[in-house]
Design a protein around this ligand. Structure first.
Ligand code: PLP
Length: 279
């Protein structure tokens, strides 16, 4: 089937997309993106994702102009045209095309926008059974709150996890646990849920915010506070959050079994509540 994609505000066939070799996204990773979950043909938290895209642009001084106008409608159109039931829609905005130079002041062209969809199977198995993780040093830059195309720190850490038959690398700066390569990390100790505060060291995940809100609604105490590797390894329960994986329990971190080594009670409770939101 010919895939229909978005290219600079136009819906075209994937074959028609031409990215210039001096696109700054291609040369510098100079751009931003979002991944929005699609559940049973419906997008989840689209407005929140587009708001974060706008914030990322502002932080990197990428001028969006009127790019956001009609973007939501176009993404919805792509999902319908490609017949997506479950999966994601990916949208990326690069700063644009200019003769290669680090500074962007010579840029006259508008940012380059692309978006495409992908049908994916819901990751039910890892949600039900849980996953094993690795602890890996966080070597990323100091603006992890911005969702940029520059992902090499995460790329290397994720590959290290896969090379060690793990699902995810849990990142730490010195002793402080920050987040996963494409996930936020939560632990539970004595019925209290902990996660790293939304500062420059983590991406403030849309799933993360949803889970925090769920905890508050359900009367589960949730604290946005830094915790260290020791606290992680001694937690009663732990889980990862992210778009489309939703909530995935952590069973084991390297040689340490977390809690009982299976999805914990509060984790499963939150999963049930989260499933109600997306279904
Ligand atoms: N942290 C990082 C570094 C990520 O890249 C992502 C998503 O890609 C997340 C957390 C989870 O964010 P969200 O729940 O908005 O998908």
């Amino acid at each position: 089937m010919v895939q229909t994609v978005l290219f600079n505000n136009e819906i075209v066939s994937r074959k028609e997309v031409k990215i210039d070799l001096e696109d700054r996204g291609y040369q510098f990773g100079d751009g931003i993106y979002e991944v929005i979950g699609v559940y049973n043909t419906k997008t989840f938290k689209m407005a929140e994702h587009l708001k974060r895209l706008e914030r990322s642009a502002k932080e990197l001084r990428i001028t969006l102009g009127n790019i956001l106008e009609g973007l939501e409608a176009n993404l919805e159109k792509l999902i319908a045209l490609n017949g997506i039931n479950d999966g994601i829609v990916y949208v990326q905005v690069s700063r644009g095309v200019a003769p290669r130079a680090h500074q962007f002041s010579q840029l006259e062209a508008l940012p380059v926008v692309i978006a495409y969809t992908r049908e994916m199977e819901r990751p039910i198995e890892i949600q039900e059974k849980g996953v094993n993780c690795l602890l890996t040093e966080d070597i990323r830059w100091l603006r992890c709150d911005v969702k940029t195309l520059n992902l090499l720190g995460s790329v290397l850490a994720k590959q290290k996890a896969i090379d060690n038959s793990c699902y995810e690398s849990i990142l730490h700066r010195e002793n402080v646990v920050t987040e996963g390569t494409a996930t936020n990390v939560f632990i539970i100790k004595n019925q209290i849920v902990y996660t790293h505060p939304a500062d420059n060291f983590i991406l403030n995940g849309i799933t993360r915010s949803t889970v925090i809100d769920l905890c508050k609604e359900e009367g589960i105490k949730v604290v946005e506070e830094k915790f260290d590797k020791q606290q992680l390894l001694q937690a009663d329960e732990g889980f990862l959050t992210g778009t489309f994986i939703d909530i995935v329990p952590i069973n084991k971190i390297e040689e340490t079994v977390l809690g009982k080594g299976e999805p914990g009670r509060i984790t499963e409770y939150l999963q049930r509540k989260f499933n109600r939101l997306i279904n």
